[in-house]
Design a protein around this ligand. Sequence first.
Ligand code: SF4
Ligand code: SF4
Ligand code: FES
Length: 225
Amino acid sequence: MNPDPSKDNTVNITVGGKPYKASPGQTIVHALWAAGQAQAISTGCAGGVCGACTVSIRFADGRKGGTELACRKTVEEGMQVYPFPVDPMPSKPPVSDPTPEKLREVYPTLDRCTKCESCTHACPMDIPVMNSVLRMQKGEFEQVAEDFTTCIHCGLCRAVCEDKVLPHQMGMWVRRSMGLSYPNPPVVPEPDQKAAAEWAHLMEGTPEERLERARQFRKEGGLGV
Ligand code: SF4
Ligand code: SF4
Ligand code: FES
């Protein structure tokens, strides 16, 4: 029910130039779902972690727009939304004991950065992308690995970089290379009996058995292994 009948609670937005009516508080993705137009923007998790729903936005009141995740951004009157899908790009294999020289060999783009800061503004996870590129140049890899901890691989920092620096690819290379360099691999605890038995079912069971176990899990919230 409309909480205040004296007000029209419709929010008008456009997506790719097409007008849609939304409700206050809806995300762009939810507004499209409600309109039966889910295909208008590619969507994955709908929870801000997969990076599939990249868009760029303009506001009606002249505020500075920019890049966003459509599953997190709530609608505003007059908002113009443009799908901005970013193609995935294969990553380069990590190395042990990474150095700026090794990084430059793999990504010669490292020194192209002109410090425009577009990547930092584009990042929906508030990662200090440009500063991290400057840290990569200086070999401050512990901090770089920390910077990219919350990266969701949406690729927006790459897409907006006119100098094709590839900041997120380099950030991931640093993180993975740091992981390869630990003297001792992390200790993986032995699986408990129940988990091991479930694993055996998954590996050895027939598709019918797996389906039956999934049904049982849904019904009972657990498995009598
Ligand atoms: S967008 Fe590219 S050139 Fe600009 S600061 Fe980021 S990495 Fe450097
Ligand atoms: S660092 Fe780049 S790829 Fe990672 S979340 Fe930010 S914009 Fe997306
Ligand atoms: S759909 Fe996964 S981040 Fe938006």
